[in-house]
Write a protein that binds this ligand. Sequence first.
Ligand SMILES: Nc1nc2c(ncn2[C@@H]2O[C@H](COP(=O)(O)OP(=O)(O)OP(=O)(O)O)[C@@H](O)[C@H]2O)c(=O)[nH]1
Ligand SMILES: [Mg+2]
Length: 307
Amino acid sequence: MTGPGLIDWATLRGGGKPALARALSAIERDPEGDAALDLLEAAYGAARAQVVGITGPPGVGKSTLIGALIAEWRRAGRTVGVLAVDPSSRVSGGALLGDRARIASDPDDAGVFIRSLAARERLGGLADLAMPAAVLLRALYDVTIVETVGVGQSETEIADLADTVLLCVQPGAGDALQFMKAGIAETPDIVAVTKADLGAIAERAVADVRAGLGHAAGGDWAARVLAVSAARRTGLDRLLDAIAAHRAWLDQDDRLAARRQRQAQHWLDQAIRERFGRSGLERAGRPVLAPGEPPFGPWRRTLAALG
Ligand SMILES: Nc1nc2c(ncn2[C@@H]2O[C@H](COP(=O)(O)OP(=O)(O)OP(=O)(O)O)[C@@H](O)[C@H]2O)c(=O)[nH]1
Ligand SMILES: [Mg+2]
């Protein structure tokens, strides 16, 4: 049974951008409803995109860079879905962003979908609706981008959502130094120094960031650091290469599956804690996801048991 605005997976898959827009609005309206959870469970297993999280301080050039990346991917025949998560529009409670997502693209292009999402107070930050929305987008497009403004926590939160984390830093001592001082809980997979057209300071920032990352343990993926100018369209090839290389790395040894498993478990734990309080996880019996299992089934059972 689907109510007004709610859509099943088959309809969504064939329904293009209008269907996706409707589905996202329906999930925002009733994220705990059966129709939303059915849809998310179906989409979870149909993931095909690499989810690239793009974060960094306000004004660093994330949206402009995303516009340039979209143009490159579209030229290569790949479809792109973008979520722009805005932590500042909490008060409105809706997804009225507009501003943050100054992403250049052709609105008539069926191969590009861009949606703004407000991080809502009720269930905390990125954990609530961004993950479900990303689950839909990654099932429908070849590439999924999530733009978040890197203020405090959100730089690590993006790692709970993205397969590949791309941190943007501004040329000029301030940012690069701040970045190194931050002690980086979660090492980004790729660091892009933006606005490389500003000249030598961008190259210096690249060197600073490389030096800073030298101290961080990066597992067996060595973070790539590069300079890019979205305005002049330079450095984009290297950035695209880095994104593709990280995807290839994730595809080895089940790394992607393991990462998504951790993210899904984290989302479930956090959703339960935020909905039912500190003791919620205990009362829910600390559900543990089986490999590949979507978190939405256990979430639904928890809602039924404790809600
Ligand atoms: N010189 C130069 N300016 C750029 C470049 N990319 C973006 N800008 C400028 O930087 C400003 C911010 O760009 P945005 O892409 O909106 O930055 P953002 O990180 O998405 O900003 P928020 O979403 O508000 O956090 C704009 O004035 C852009 O024109 C670039 O490659 N070179
Ligand atoms: Mg932006």
